[in-house]
Write a protein that binds this ligand. Structure first.
Ligand code: NAD
Ligand code: DAU
Length: 333
């Protein structure tokens, strides 16, 4: 059995990866370590309860004894998804981002250094390159993060690398573009706009709506991680992009058209401070290892819209209480 620790496994991408891991790797024994912050949702993993190859531990990656408890019995592969992940929240209150994304990653690296393991996969992000006005970012491009979230992820990314260069830890770093799919917390563009449209609420578009992101279906992210650990080289960075550059206004239009909601529901709101205009990745390095994204953007976003329409039981409880407070403060709507 290969002992696998997945931190942040109750969140969006982490929970997809846990499901994928158990299906695709019958010899993997998966432990999830998750603090269950506002973004961590036990419902994302509830169908796995009772499975012999799966266990869940509630704990904080920034607390060494929680990490030690998760390490009991040993760890062969570690995938560090745990993070504070929402740019807007990092602008309002950066501290938790430094604590989890930087100090939490440090805590995991220290445990890995003292106990040893086969692969430490640090899930980084394309945001570390900062805005890319033209062309595409290769893995050796300058890092120029421009908000507290991306700066904290860049710190963790380079800290992880330093444990490879200094201590020989088998670290692999992935920098993925914007993920989308089922079970994404409805503070992020796509699930926020789908659920608002389903509820007849306005869709708050920042600035002129012309910022560009490269969209990656979450299942394609999971297969990319398999490729990295199976065929990647320790100490290397791998970009993971969907190859689907879209302007925010075009994503918004697609969601509205799919749901038959008029464009009058678009509400232009003041821009996000430090808003990166465009992200774009060169993924040749990972493609050379045999990975390719399999999901067509138009088909997968339509599937995603259908999923939210069919799973109000998943997102309605989230969009209440503390969420509404956050939403009113953020958008003043
Ligand atoms: P998410 O916000 O949906 O989930 C984050 C998870 O981490 C939650 O389950 C939360 O409870 C957990 N967590 C937070 N702080 C923790 C702590 N201190 N200890 C243990 N668990 C903690 O995030 P996501 O969108 O699934 O992103 C997962 C990872 O992928 C993050 O590292 C993020 O930076 C990276 N990433 C995300 C995207 C994207 O488009 N969503 C793209 C590239 C990279
Ligand atoms: O690029 C990878 C990153 O993608 C990940 O590292 C982050 O964890 C993830 O949150 C995401 O960051 P973004 O800031 O790109 O995602 P978000 O969904 O917040 O915003 C996408 C675009 O939509 C961005 O240009 C801002 C815009 N937007 C977003 C929200 C929430 C709006 O116009 N209105 C909104 O209400």
């Amino acid at each position: 059995m290969t002992r696998v620790l997945v931190t942040g496994g109750a969140g969006f991408i982490g929970s997809h990866f846990v499901h994928h891991a158990l299906e695709a790797h019958p010899d993997w024994q998966v432990t999830v370590l998750d603090k269950l912050t506002y973004a961590g949702n036990p419902a994302n993993l509830e169908d796995l309860e009772g499975q012999a190859r799966y266990r869940f531990l509630k704990g904080d990656i920034a607390i060494r004894r929680d990490v030690q408890a998760a390490w009991d019995g040993g760890v062969d592969l570690l995938f560090n998804f745990a993070a504070e992940t929402h740019v807007d929240r990092s602008i309002g209150d950066p501290e938790g981002f430094i604590r989890t994304d930087v100090y939490g990653t440090y805590t995991l690296l220290e445990e890995a250094r003292s106990r040893g393991l086969r692969a430490f996969v640090q899930i980084s992000t394309d945001e570390v390159y900062g805005s890319v006005p033209s062309g595409v970012s290769r893995e050796d491009a300058t890092l120029l993060p421009s908000n507290p979230y991306s700066a904290s992820k860049a710190a963790a990314d380079r800290l992880a690398y330093s444990y490879h260069a200094t201590y020989g830890l088998p670290v692999f770093i992935t920098r993925a573009s914007n993920n989308y799919g089922p079970r994404q917390y409805p503070e992020k563009l796509i699930p926020l706009f789908i659920t608002n449209a389903l509820d007849g609420q306005p869709l708050p578009l920042y600035g002129d709506g012309l910022n560009v992101r490269d969209w990656l279906y979450v299942a394609d992210h999971c297969t990319a991680l398999d490729t990295v650990i199976e065929r990647g080289t320790p100490g290397e960075v791998y970009n993971v992009g969907g190859g689907n550059e879209r302007r925010n206004i075009d994503i918004t239009g697609r969601i509205l058209d799919h749901l038959g909601v008029p464009r009058t529901f678009i509400r232009y709101v003041p821009d996000r401070p430090g808003h990166d205009r465009r992200y774009a990745l060169d993924c040749g390095k990972l493609r050379a290892l045999g990975w390719t994204p399999r999901h067509n953007f138009e088909a997968a976003i339509d599937d995603t819209i259908r999923w939210y329409a069919a799973h109000r039981d998943w997102w309605e409880p989230i969009k209440s209480g503390a969420y509404l407070e956050y939403y009113r403060t953020q958008y003043r709507l």
